[in-house]
Design a protein around this ligand. Structure first.
Ligand code: 8IG
Length: 272
């Protein structure tokens, strides 16, 4: 049983426990920055620095086995070129897996407990703007959370103004001035949206549709981390793209874009 599933347990204590296991297993007492690598972003881990240790995530308290093919279930400690340490999270638990929000944000809380003050959240997502062809990276400027859930428990009021740090977005644009930005709309999934739902997302101010990042960003802010969000557009959202969406196509677009966006992310990390 996962200790996070005990409603009486304190998720922050479990994250602390996970962080101390990571410190022990990697020999790195403190990490400075953390990255969650979504579909298409995996290559970045090799480009940002030297991997010091790789741990199968399920061996760390609170983490579960990856649910999906194409998702890598590892935690890596990487020494950056400037001597700082990054925790690279290749093991994401999605809300649609149905294990509850605590498990979804455990990696983020663990990252904070390892000492990280910057959280870079990346994902593969659908694009609403027709100019975003598959393979286009987009900065997340804000989000709309349509999961009807939150990782915060009880009367915990957290300010989300500037959730996606304008300082970090400016740094990302120094790395690539052509980066567009947009509002990320998180749906529950795992089904892709109907065309009508995509139109709704557009009308309410969204530009990107996905299934992961908003809940994680909220938890990161609760833990006082600075958040940078990046989406790789792997497909145009349903109805914007005229042909049906296929998971294989989405994985292929991610795979094809990997070298370019990996280099971009490494460039951004080098400037933080
Ligand atoms: I990759 O079109 C990817 N993830 N909700 N919609 C949603 N999530 C996605 C999509 C998409 N593409």
């Amino acid at each position: 049983m996962n200790p996070l599933d005990d409603p009486m347990a304190d998720p922050f204590e479990i994250a602390k426990q996970a962080a101390s296991e990571i410190a022990e297993r990697t020999g790195v007492p403190k990490h400075d920055i953390a990255l969650t690598l979504g579909s298409g972003w995996g290559k970045a881990a090799d480009l940002i620095g030297e991997t010091v240790a790789t741990i199968p995530a399920q061996e760390i308290t609170g983490f579960s086995k990856p649910a999906l093919e194409g998702h890598v279930g590892t935690l890596r400690s990487v020494r950056l070129h400037d001597g700082k340490h990054a925790l690279v999270i290749g093991a994401r638990t999605h809300y649609y897996e149905g294990h509850g929000v605590r498990r979804v944000v455990h990696s983020v809380r663990t990252a904070a407990a390892t000492g990280a003050t910057v959280m870079i959240l990346t994902n593969g997502a659908g694009g609403i703007r027709e100019t975003w062809t598959p393979g286009t990276p987009v900065l997340i400027s804000d989000h709309i959370n349509l999961t009807a859930n939150s990782p915060l428990e009880g009367a915990t009021f957290v300010d989300l103004t500037d959730l996606y740090s304008s300082r970090l977005r400016a740094i990302a644009r120094e790395a690539d001035a052509s980066l567009d930005e947009g509002v990320y709309v998180q749906f529950r999934g795992p089904n892709y949206e109907t065309p009508a739902e995509v139109q709704m997302a557009k009308i309410i101010g969204g530009h990107i549709v996905g299934m992961s990042t908003a809940l994680e960003a909220i938890a990161a802010r609760q833990s006082r981390m600075e958040v940078l969000g990046l989406s790789l557009i792997t497909n145009l959202a349903a109805g914007i793209q005229k042909t049906p969406l296929s998971h294989e196509e989405v994985l292929k677009a991610g795979h094809d874009a990997e070298p370019v966006i990996g280099a971009l992310l490494a460039n951004i990390v080098g400037r933080i």
